[in-house]
Design a protein around this ligand. Structure first.
Ligand SMILES: NC(=O)c1ccc[n+]([C@@H]2O[C@H](COP(=O)([O-])OP(=O)(O)OC[C@H]3O[C@@H](n4cnc5c(N)ncnc54)[C@H](O)[C@@H]3O)[C@@H](O)[C@H]2O)c1
Length: 253
């Protein structure tokens, strides 16, 4: 993957899944283009960036069409094109991540969908032209709450279902152009976003007790799986969800 250009969205701190992914891609020689949500996140990223060889980075709120357009426009001008895109972004209001799904507000539903699912469509639309002729590959981060009921995950589970479905439609649109689109469904990991889910500590423990590997997955393990799916080693795989969760998804209890 030496010299391949990889755009990574979603590093908030050293616990972020996107941080594990960026490290794995950096270790394999990728040239990173990092995006951060706002100025505050940018300052945090500045402190971490030296560990990744001080890569190219720009602010980009994924709900802002103009910001996304500028991000990829500048990336094209300064880095020449794009090989890989990683979408590791999600958000829902804390009050929607507890209690009954029945009480989900329209605003909360729409916000979770826009930040966590529609953003994949928006990023992909702007990224795809930069991937022409380069066997491009795109990954989105999902969670089991998309296909099973996980208490507290609520509106985010529905957003992940939308994200996974969008991934399949995008894979179909972009397959003829040689671009692959897949998702990695990670097991629970203690991150900034995860702290917003009511009962998250119980989720971690529950999964670790029941998963065949009897533990929780790490951001480094997710990073390596994402790197595999992005790479030419996965050239025959598109439109798929790969579970990286110590085997938990396969269990019937
Ligand atoms: N932590 C888990 O247990 C877990 C499990 C499976 C999947 N995931 C998914 O992994 C991805 C990364 O989450 P994480 O757990 O590493 O948490 P995180 O909080 O470290 O990362 C979430 C990122 O989303 C970014 N973001 C939110 N709103 C944004 C916006 N409007 N514009 C741009 N960026 C925005 C945040 O700045 C942050 O960097 C998410 O899609 C999450 O749903 C997490």
């Amino acid at each position: 993957m030496q010299g391949k250009v990889a755009a990574v969205f979603g590093i908030a701190n050293h616990r972020s899944i996107a941080w594990g992914i960026a490290k794995a891609l950096h270790d394999s020689g990728c040239r990173l283009a990092l995006s951060y949500q706002n100025e505050r996140m940018g300052q945090k990223l500045d402190k971490l960036a030296s560990e990744l060889g001080d890569p190219w980075r720009r602010e980009c709120d994924v709900t802002d069409e103009g910001a996304v357009e500028s991000f990829f426009g500048e990336l094209r001008e300064e880095l020449g094109g794009l090989d890989y895109l990683v979408h590791s972004v999600a958000f829902a209001k804390r009050e929607e991540l507890a209690g009954e799904y029945l009480n989900t507000s329209w605003d909360g539903f729409a916000l979770a969908q826009e930040v966590s699912a529609y953003s994949l469509v928006r990023l992909t639309r702007h990224a795809a032209p930069l991937m022409e002729g380069r066997n491009g590959s795109i990954i989105a981060l999902s969670y089991l709450g998309s296909v099973r009921v996980v208490p507290g995950y609520n509106v985010m589970g529905v957003a992940k279902a939308s994200l996974e479905s969008s991934m399949r439609y995008l894979a179909t649109d972009l397959g003829p152009r040689g671009v692959r689109v897949n998702a990695v469904s990670a097991g629970p990991i203690r991150t900034l976003s995860a702290s917003g889910v009511a009962g998250f500590t119980d989720m971690l423990q529950y999964a670790a007790e029941r998963a065949p590997l009897r533990r929780n997955v790490t951001i480094d393990e997710v990073g390596k799986a994402v790197r595999f799916l992005l790479s030419d080693d996965a050239s025959g795989i598109t439109g798929q969800v790969l579970y990286v969760d110590c085997g938990y998804e396969s269990m019937g209890m």
